[in-house]
Ligand binder design. Structure first.
Ligand code: SF4
Length: 365
């Protein structure tokens, strides 16, 4: 097996693309230090400056009412529940202004698939934010956009055009879970968006000029082969986004693998180990040769493991998350001030730098 992996190292050294078989070998590899070595080579190629980026922003979940009922989700409420909420404008204004006062430059706006909120509601909301409380809106993951498109009877493209005209700036990669339909069916995540649906929304968004991220929630029900399918689909779409626009970089800015949090969910089960997380981070960095940034998930892993992830190919620690509700609903709560974020980065020998959503560096500390 080691011999096989050395042929992969040779491919990496000569800048050759890894095959499906190479990807599987990496996923089955248990030698974390060898994976770290390979991921480090690629990270160094993308980011030779030894900087680690992060962003100051806030997750705002405008509603927890959701008809999708994903089996892995501890956050949502069915429409009939009296625990459901939709945030008022006053509350939203308060959260945005507090974010700005703390140096935040964007909001990550996501919520459940709430039948009471149509496309016009979001158009009004985005226009009001841009007029009254201007800030970058990184919002609505592909399942939410798909839901609005179905509800309004418009195509995904027309829906996105209207949202962009109202103020949508970029799209988060949520709702991808595992882009392999058998795994999506096992998690009850297929009906809200199939793999092709998710990819279609992203490809359309890229075509309309939006930058997006891509995520992977792993460790719930999927096989290693299904994880590889996910990586291949992301890599292929990024290729199409580059070739289609004749540019050198695609419109997926970053890949964010994170571990399924089983507590308080219908699906239950065990949480993947930190070893498994670090392995997946390294394999993502090695295999996704066209994605510039790999983000560590301190929200699910805590500070120490996310520090280790910086040595497994990650070059970004994501958001300080002034507020986070979805993972917190499973009982997993870590907090992170910009000062703490920078101290964690420095402690690993890297230089912390704040960035914006386009991963442009803003200031070195
Ligand atoms: S993950 Fe999103 S779409 Fe699925 S139940 Fe939770 S809020 Fe709804």
């Amino acid at each position: 097996m080691k011999t096989d992996l050395y042929t992969i190292i040779e491919k990496i050294e000569s800048g050759k693309r890894l095959s499906r078989e190479d990807g599987l070998k990496l996923l089955y590899c248990q030698d974390l230090s060898l994976l770290a070595f390979m991921a480090g080579m690629i990270r160094q190629r993308w980011h030779p400056h030894h900087r680690v980026t992060y962003i100051v922003d806030r997750n705002i979940n405008y509603t927890n009412v959701c008809t999708a009922g994903c089996a892995f989700c501890a956050f949502h409420c069915p429409p009939v529940s009296d625990m459901g909420y939709v945030l008022s404008r006053e509350k939203l204004a308060e959260k945005i202004e507090e974010t700005k006062a703390l140096g935040g430059i964007q909001i990550l706006l996501q919520g459940g698939l709430n039948p009471a909120l149509g496309l016009e509601w979001f158009e009004d909301l985005f226009r009001w934010i841009k007029e009254e409380h201007p800030i970058h809106i990184h919002g609505l993951s592909p399942p939410e956009i798909l839901f609005l498109s179905k509800q309004s009877g418009l195509s995904v493209e027309e829906t996105l055009k209207r949202l962009i005209a109202a103020g949508l700036d970029s799209i988060p990669g949520g709702g991808a879970e595992i882009l392999a339909d058998p795994a999506r069916k096992r998690m009850n995540a297929y009906k809200k968006a199939s793999s092709d649906d998710w990819l279609h929304v992203m490809e359309t968004a890229h075509g309309l000029g939006l930058l997006t991220t891509a995520t992977m929630m792993f460790g719930a029900v999927e096989t290693l082969e299904e994880r590889l399918e996910h990586l291949l689909k992301i890599r292929d779409l990024q290729d199409r986004s580059i070739v289609g626009r004749g540019e050198t970089r695609g419109r997926f800015t970053a890949f964010i693998p994170w571990v399924y949090q089983p507590a308080k969910t219908r699906l239950g089960g065990k949480k993947a180990s930190s070893f498994e997380y670090l392995k997946m981070v390294a394999v993502s960095r090695i295999f996704l040769d066209n994605i510039p940034n790999i983000q560590a998930s301190w929200v699910t892993q805590g500070g120490r493991i996310s520090q280790l992830a910086l040595h497994m190919g990650c070059n970004d620690l994501g958001s300080t998350m002034i507020e986070e509700n979805v993972v917190a609903a499973t009982g997993v709560k870590f907090s992170m001030s910009p000062e703490k974020m920078e101290a964690l980065i420095r402690a690993e020998g890297f230089i912390p730098v704040r960035r914006n959503q386009a991963y442009e560096m803003m200031e070195e500390s």
